[in-house]
Design a protein around this ligand. Structure first.
Ligand code: SAM
Length: 321
């Protein structure tokens, strides 16, 4: 059932760019194209080839997907057992305007929905958005807004979000650097930006498995410890396909993203695993790390990071003018 009245509360966030100007975008039944009568679709038909390919891929894969019988209580339980998501929830103020870019099936957005935050959950995959929206409706969550939108064509007002997070997404786009710019543009001065990316060196073992997966297909899960721990078959398939059979990924280094921060006026806050000290708040500014080749390499000797696909997370705060 369509529940578009909810959007009234956040309608001021939506703008479309007409040449260099911004014009209000009206969110009413007449102007909205809805997926399954419920999810606003802001994507035009002329997506570029790669974005279209990724949209079709994730439409099928639906990442991270849900465990069998997952309800809000078990989702919440998982969220607080994960130190990273627990800390985000603890430190993010109530009522925060949050953007999750590339939300997939929406677990993080739904977990953060406690605390009366307005959560805008954007993705290009119909299949993933539909699963997220189904969970939202079944659990009567009113303040998460799933919508189909491309990072390269965001329909939000500039300088709008207090908190922008994109975990495991930019490296699947045609231009991670440009996608990062889009996120900075819609984040408020003083707002936080969290980006999770594949680490250039940490992906070594995954790259080997990707080669083997060309022969073994999804059976590669026998050689992957993370896959073997996943109980639900759908969830395991999503992990295996996302990690080992993905049509496009790019690799990055923290030093490169620090440079992006400098170029876009984003102040360094934290780098996980390198600078983080869990006795301090996640969003408390650390000393800016000096990233030589050696310490970018050694950073990966946190085995956990390698097992989870060689991932780093960098956090910044957009400068106030
Ligand atoms: C690996 S999944 C990550 C999902 C979620 N963030 C997580 O950590 O579980 C990558 C997601 O990025 C989305 N994505 C890829 N390109 C995108 C784009 N151009 N605009 C918006 N979302 C995109 C995909 O559809 C997919 O759901």
């Amino acid at each position: 059932m369509s529940d578009l009245k909810r959007y009234e509360k956040i309608k001021d966030a939506f703008f479309k760019k007409i040449e260099h100007k911004e014009e209000k975008l009206y969110l009413d039944n007449k102007n909205l194209n809805l997926i399954k009568n419920s999810i606003p679709n802001f994507i035009s038909d002329d997506l570029d080839n790669l974005t279209n390919k990724m949209s079709e891929f994730y439409d099928e894969v639906r990442f991270p997907n849900y465990d069998d019988c997952e309800d809000y209580a078990s989702l919440y339980d998982k969220g607080i057992k994960n130190l990273f998501t627990k800390r985000i929830d603890q430190e993010l103020s109530y009522g925060t305007n949050t953007l999750e870019l590339g939300c997939g099936t929406g677990q993080l957005s739904l977990f953060l929905a406690r605390g009366n935050r307005n959560i805008f959950s954007v993705d290009i995959s119909n299949g993933s958005l539909i699963l997220g929206e189904k969970f939202r409706i079944e659990n009567d969550i009113k303040n998460v807004y799933f919508m189909k939108m491309d990072v390269f064509d965001l329909k939000f007002k500039k300088n709008y979000f207090d908190f922008t997070i994109s975990n495991g997404v930019l490296h699947h786009t045609k231009d991670a650097r440009k996608a990062f710019n889009s996120l900075v543009e819609v984040t408020k001065p003083g707002g936080l930006i969290v980006i999770g990316l594949y680490h250039k060196y940490g992906r070594f073992f995954t790259k080997v498995k990707q080669k083997l997966a060309r022969l073994l297909g999804k059976n590669i899960f026998f050689l992957d410890q993370t896959s073997l721990k996943i109980k639900s078959k759908d969830k395991r398939n999503a992990w295996v396909t996302d990690q080992f059979l993905n049509p496009h990924e790019t690799l990055h280094l923290p030093s490169q993203t620090m440079q992006w921060f400098k170029e876009e006026g984003v102040e360094f806050v934290n780098l996980i695993p390198h600078s983080d000290d869990i006795s301090k708040p996640l969003f408390q500014t650390r000393e800016e790390p000096k990233l030589s080749f050696i310490n970018e390499f050694l950073m990966l000797f946190n085995m956990n990071q390698i097992q989870e696909g060689g991932f780093f997370v960098i956090i910044g705060r957009k400068n106030k003018y």
